[in-house]
Design a protein around this ligand. Structure first.
Ligand code: ADP
Ligand code: ZN
Ligand code: ZN
Length: 846
């Protein structure tokens, strides 16, 4: 016999290791590495994944239990994905099962369910003669009223306790007695959350010649039935026919078809269908474009590596409109020709119909699409299309990096700098690192594309210092259609205030909007709502209250009326007048899209505005609907948050306005400048993409900030030069790595004590290893611990939160050290309410 090593779905640290189970002979053929199984665990049945199969050792444990059931015919995971999950559990300090679960659709997160069946209903079981006798004996003792229940269960084979007590409401004691005497038995199953979708399909039960005869001789009064049979006969090439088709084509009920079943002419059965979220949508087929020289050069490099079947990572740095998508498309084409598959990752927010259309248009039905706006069932079916080899390209958000392809050749990550590639709940993985690691294991190519690459990626491509992540840089500095980058104007909003303009629109932006309205051209207005009302800024001079130690803005806390630094804990009281210029126009910053919309209506009577923000896009499909309306020129202005900045391609947009460029700049986040630069560059790229030239207005209270100046000049290189200098001085990524440890508990005193302990434990361990505090020397192995301080969101759901930030560099196992400390503290506290969460390379510092 063989045993399976199974990772069980039980979420405590003690079970975060494989458990051994016997593989019953009857299941041997069905169980592989990657199979999902139901196994007994304690007194429950839980779901688990097989991660290895081994011969049973002679000296093996006697208490080993057998696997109870195999849950899928095709295993949902593969050896490759199991290895990836194991790697993730180390990289992201999460449980193995958590990494495995994120790879399969939620539909497969089965729950253990109880069923009742007849004790002897299992026909395969070989009963000993004695047992047979005793069963018989018991059966003969069946008492009055029990017969009915036994019959009910026999007919249904399996019923839930609920169904049973519903059918026999007053017979609880009889039921119990039957169970106790072993006439009925209780079983447990893993039941998937979602069922496969089926439809009724109609088939001919007789040969087609016989069918003709039957039709000829059909009794005249059964005219409808005759028509139906004729219809089925006429469509014999297309069988089985959906019942619905017959019903709607002939305006008959399913009863008419059933009469034909009763007569033995046709059969009706349930067949599985895949839910297709894009059903009935036509995608205009497209053919490959002839590359520009820049595109050709980049493409050649990528395809060389692809052809060699070796691993390689490319950073495709191309300005907005440089034609990166066409390179993706033709690289995928090559990959498919090699018989390999491709994954295209795009940020959730830009998974617009426009994007999907470009891939479906080129590769049609081979494309599966995965994003969070699909229903659970649709997601499950798209996933199955991949698992069963019916799709060979997937376009999807973050988690599509786990697409269960078996011969993957290419992973593309568009807008690689987007923060949505990082998952904020456990497993807190970054899809970029996962993509690169997965590709490395199997010799696949990765293309990271962006007009504004993340500093981490760009640094890696420039320095080639990290052997695991060393992208080749491919540059495309000009637009594919040859049109110029739009002209960008920075508007100094302090000046507006000085001349008495208190509106949120500067005079120049106001005028520009008026001109576009006259010319009937379209506009995009961006309101950056991140950091709403959290930082303090002077409207007269642009002064922003910042931390003297950390070089980030302070966060305003209304309750205590003070300003705090979320990195080091520094605090001061909120100022009444500006400490720089003495102005009283110092206030908490932020405006809502709704207010902008109102103001637009007031300033430009009759203006047509489409507002796109979290409030207007909650409904499924609303995002698409709004964009479609804008595309059909049913509005003059598309107004919105970040959503309007990404990936949209509307030819008649000639004006882009940014209401306040600063609001993201002043978030308590060392990436604030980078994110501002990226957002401004992205949104500016929406203007003048086709014939009409574009113009961009950026309103700002800190127009001298380098991220704004460089964004206005479309100058990525200068921006990163300045930003690198900054990061280096303050020891932030990419010059070190970060680990964020967040601790939480309902009781503040206990949490405070434990957070202190955590910091002390971390320091002790780091000192022991000789790693503590030499971050200033660039190449050294070093680790620094900041905090504990209250988390930027100090209480969530009644739990207080404290955090420690670890900065580290070099060839040391900092993750291991942090985990060790975390476990030590957890064991010492011994309180289930105390939680420690570890975020490796955090993107959100809140
Ligand atoms: P990016 O993704 O880099 O922002 P796109 O792929 O959206 O750029 O390309 C911008 C525009 O240029 C699109 O309308 C696209 O169809 C067009 N385009 C790209 N490559 C070519 C080419 N080789 N020949 C003609 N048009 C192209
Ligand atoms: Zn001031
Ligand atoms: Zn600080």
């Amino acid at each position: 016999m063989e045993i399976a090593k199974v990772i069980v779905d039980v979420a405590v640290r003690e079970t975060d290791r494989p458990f051994d189970y016997l593989i019953p002979d009857s299941m041997r053929a069905w169980i592989e590495v990657g199979s999902r199984v139901g196994v007994p665990f304690g007194h429950r049945t839980v779901q688990g994944f097989v991660i290895a199969i081994q011969p049973q050792e002679q000296s093996g444990s006697f208490k080993m239990k057998p696997i109870q059931e195999v849950l899928d015919i095709i295993p949902p995971l593969s050896v490759e994905l199991i290895e990836l999950a194991q790697w993730m559990s180390q990289q992201y300090a999460c449980r193995f099962i958590t990494a495995l679960q994120v790879m399969v659709p939620t539909a497969l997160k089965g729950k253990s369910e109880r069923y009742i069946s007849l004790a002897d209903s299992n026909e395969e079981r070989q009963l000993s003669p004695e047992l047979e006798d005793s069963l018989f004996a018991r059966q003969t003792f069946v008492q009055l009223g029990e017969e009915e229940i036994i019959d009910f269960v026999r007919r249904k084979a399996e019923v839930t306790m609920q169904q049973l007590s519903h059918a026999f409401p007053d017979q609880a004691s009889t039921l119990k007695s039957l169970l106790r005497r072993g006439i009925l038995q209780e079983n447990r199953h893993i039941k998937d959350k979602l069922q496969k979708k089926t439809m009724k399909a109609v088939h001919l039960a007789i040969g087609s010649e016989e069918a003709l005869e039957v039709i000829d001789q059909f009794p005249a009064k059964a005219k409808r039935q005759k028509e139906v049979l004729q219809f089925i006969y006429d469509s014999k090439e297309l069988l089985p026919l959906p019942m619905k088709t017959i019903m709607s084509a002939l305006q008959v009920t399913s009863g008419t078809v059933k009469s034909l079943v009763d007569k033995g002419y046709v059969t009706v059965e349930d067949v599985e269908v895949l839910r297709d979220p894009y059903q009935g949508r036509h995608f205009e087929p497209t053919t490959p474009l002839t590359f520009t020289e820049e595109q050709q050069n980049a493409y050649d490099r990528i395809v060389d590596t692809l052809e060699s079947q070796e691993h390689g990572v490319f950073l495709l740095h191309g300005v907005t409109g440089s034609g990166k998508t066409e390179i993706y498309l033709q690289s995928i084409q090559r990959c498919l020709e090699q018989g390999r598959e491709a994954i295209v990752l795009v940020p959730e927010i830009s998974l617009t119909p426009q994007m999907v259309e470009r891939f479906k248009g080129r590769f049609g039905d081979l494309v599966a699409v995965m994003h969070s706006r699909l229903s659970g069932g649709e997601r499950y079916d798209e996933w199955r299309k991949i698992r069963e080899g019916k799709a060979s390209v997937v376009v999807g958000a973050r988690s599509a990096v786990f697409a269960p392809f078996t011969n993957l050749g290419l992973i593309i990550m568009d807008e690689e700098h987007e923060t949505s590639y990082k998952q904020e709940e456990s497993p807190k993985y970054h899809a970029r690192n996962v993509a690169v690691h997965r590709a490395q294991q199997i010799g696949a190519v990765v293309i990271l594309g962006s007009a504004t690459p993340s500093l981490e990626t760009y640094h890696a491509a420039r320095s080639h210092a990290n052997p695991d992540f060393s992208p080749w840089l491919l540059e495309m500095p000009t637009r594919a259609l040859g049109n110029k980058m739009p002209e960008v104007h920075i508007v100094d909003m302090r000046e507006e205030l000085r001349v008495g303009n208190r509106s949120m629109f500067s005079r120049t932006l106001h005028e520009a909007i008026a001109t576009r309205l006259e010319k009937k051209e379209q506009m995009v207005l961006l309101l950056n709502r991140r950091g709403y009302s959290t930082f303090v800024m002077c409207r007269s001079c642009g002064y922003v209250a910042g931390c003297p130690e950390c070089d980030i803005s302070l966060t305003f806390h209304q309750k205590s009326n003070n300003l705090r630094c979320h990195y080091c804990g520094y605090a001061e009281s909120a100022p009444q007048v500006c400490p720089e210029c003495g102005s009283e126009h110092i206030r908490f910053f932020g405006t809502g899209t709704q207010r902008v919309e109102e103001e637009l209506a007031k300033l430009f009577p009759g203006i047509r505005v489409i507002r796109m923000d979290v409030d207007t896009t909650t409904e499924k499909g609303s995002h698409e609907k709004l964009l479609k309306q804008f595309g059909e020129k049913k509005a003059d202005i598309l107004l919105g948050t970040q959503m309007v900045a990404k990936g949209l391609d509307f030819p008649d947009v000639t004006l882009v306005g940014v209401i306040t460029a600063d609001s993201a700049l002043n978030l308590p986040d060392f990436r604030a400048a980078e994110k501002t630069f990226q957002l401004l560059t992205q949104v500016a790229g929406r203007a003048g993409r086709h014939q009409l030239p574009g113009e961009v207005f950026i309103q700002s209270y800190t127009p001298e900030h380098y991220s704004i100046i460089h964004a206005s000049g479309h100058d990525y290189t200068s921006f990163v030069r300045d930003e690198f200098r900054h990061r280096k001085g303050l020891h932030y990524p990419p010059y070190c790595r970060l680990i964020l440890v967040t601790m939480s508990h309902e009781q503040l005193p206990l949490l405070l004590r434990m957070s202190e302990n955590m910091a002390i434990t971390l320091q002790g361990k780091a000192r022991q290893r000789g790693w503590l505090g030499s971050l200033d020397r660039l190449s050294a192995d070093a680790l620094d611990i900041l905090g504990p301080i209250a988390s930027p969101i100090p209480r969530i759901k009644n739990r207080y939160r404290f955090q420690c930030m670890i900065k580290w560099r070099g060839n040391i196992d900092a993750i291991g050290l942090v985990l060790e400390a975390a476990h030590q503290i957890e064991d010492a506290v011994h309180d289930q309410h105390f939680q420690i969460s570890v975020d490796i390379d955090p993107q959100m510092l809140m």
